[in-house]
Design a protein around this ligand. Structure first.
Ligand code: TA6
Length: 310
C-alpha cells in the first residue's frame, strides 16, 4: 500500500472567470470544488491508477468534515487526526482572457503538541503497512521546519520509503534526513539555492552536489518542460508531449503519483518517468486539480520522451 500525508489539507476552489481585475467587482462564470492539498491530489491520481492508497493529515472543522466525506465518496481510505481549527481553502482564479492563474492559499489550522504526537503515532502504524509514504505540501501553523524530517525518521524506522515534496526551510531539513525521494520544482529549487531563477544546467549541477546526501532519487519538475531526474547515479531528462493546458494546478502532484505508481508496480525508472509525465500532462487537461482521465494518461504515456544525460 501507499500512504500520502497532507499535513495542511485543503479544499481547492477554482474560479473560472472571463476576466479578473484587481480593485473591481469580479463575477465567477464557473466554479469547481475539490478535496485538495498536495498529498490528497497524489492519492486521487493513485486511486485512478488502481494503486491501493490511504491518506492521513490534520482535518479541522467543517472543511475537515467535507474532506473526510470526499474521501469516502472517492473510496479512498483515510485516517485523519481531527483538530479544532478549520482546514484551509486554497483558491485558484483562472482569468480566461489573459490566460492567467492566480492562487490564494490560506495558512491552515494551528497544530498543538498532542495533535502532532497523535499524527506521528498514526503514521508509525501506517508506515508498518506501507511500501511508500508520500509527504507533500506546506506545514500548518504550530509545526516547525524539522517536522517533515521527524516524519522521515518515523517512516525509516518502519522500513518504508519516504517521498518528500515540500519547499523552503522544511525542505532543507529534509535533505539532511535523506529520504528515498525528493521532488522540488524548478522555482522551489531556485529558492533553496538562493537565486531568482535556475537554468537546467544549474539544476543538474545542484543535484550533482547533493549526491553527498544519500537520496536515491531526486526529481526537479520544470512545469510544461518536463523534469530533470537523478536516479541511482544516472541523470535523465523527461520531455512531456505538448498539450493545450486547461488547468495545471496539481500537475506536480500527479507527476509524483505517476512515478510512485510506476515504482510500486515494479517498472524500470524510464517507464516510471513516462508514467509520471503522462499523469502530470493528463492532469493539466482537466478542469479539476489533481485529477486525470485514464484514457488520456494511457494515450500521453506513449509520447513522453526520456533520455539519459551524459
Ligand atoms: O499542487 C497544487 C496544490 O496541491 C493545490 O491543490 C493547493 O491545495 C496547493 O497546492 C497547496 O500547496 P501547499 O504547498 O500550500 O501545501
Amino acid at each position: 500500500m501507499i500512504t500520502t500525508v497532507t499535513l495542511n489539507l485543503a479544499i481547492d476552489k477554482t474560479y473560472y472567470m472571463a476576466s479578473f481585475e484587481k480593485n473591481r467587482v469580479n463575477r465567477v462564470n464557473q466554479m469547481h470544488i475539490e478535496p485538495g492539498g498536495k498529498g490528497i491530489n497524489v492519492a486521487k491520481v493513485l486511486k485512478t491508477l488502481n494503486i491501493p492508497v490511504t491518506v492521513t493529515g490534520f482535518a479541522g472543522g467543517y472543511n475537515g468534515a467535507f474532506l473526510s466525506e470526499s474521501m469516502d465518496l472517492l473510496q479512498i481510505e483515510h485516517e485523519f487526526v481531527h483538530v479544532s481549527g478549520e482546514s484551509r481553502i486554497c483558491l485558484n482564479v483562472i482569468d480566461k482572457q489573459k490566460n492567467e492563474s492566480t492562487e490564494i492559499l490560506e495558512k491552515g489550522p494551528w497544530i498543538n503538541h498532542e495533535q502532532w504526537n497523535q499524527l506521528k503515532k498514526t503514521l508509525d502504524a501506517l508506515a508498518s503497512k506501507s511500501e511508500y509514504i508520500v509527504l507533500s505540501g506546506s506545514l500548518p501553523q504550530g509545526l516547525t521546519n524539522r517536522s517533515y524530517a521527524e516524519l522521515v525518521k518515523v517512516i525509516h524506522a518502519q522500513g518504508a520509503k519516504a517521498v518528500v515534496d515540500t519547499s523552503g526551510a522544511p525542505f532543507k531539513e529534509v535533505l539532511m534526513a535523506e529520504p528515498f525521494l525528493i521532488k522540488p520544482n524548478q522555482e522551489e529549487l531556485a529558492q533553496i539555492v538562493g537565486v531568482d531563477q535556475i537554468s537546467e544546467d544549474e539544476v543538474v549541477h545542484t543535484l550533482n552536489k547533493w549526491r553527498k546526501f544519500k537520496i536515491p532519487i531526486m526529481i526537479v519538475t520544470l512545469g510544461k518542460d518536463g523534469a530533470i531526474v537523478s536516479a541511482n547515479d544516472k541523470f535523465y531528462r523527461v520531455i512531456p508531449p505538448p498539450i493545450n493546458v486547461v488547468n495545471s494546478v496539481g500537475s506536480g502532484d500527479s507527476f509524483a503519483a505517476g512515478f510512485i505508481a510506476g515504482l510500486y508496480s515494479g517498472n524500470k525508472i524510464k517507464h516510471c518517468l513516462c508514467m509520471a509525465a503522462a499523469a502530470g500532462a493528463a492532469n493539466a487537461l482537466t478542469k479539476k486539480a489533481g485529477s486525470i482521465a485514464l484514457e488520456e494518461f494511457e494515450r500521453l504515456k506513449t509520447s513522453v520522451k526520456v533520455f539519459e544525460l551524459s
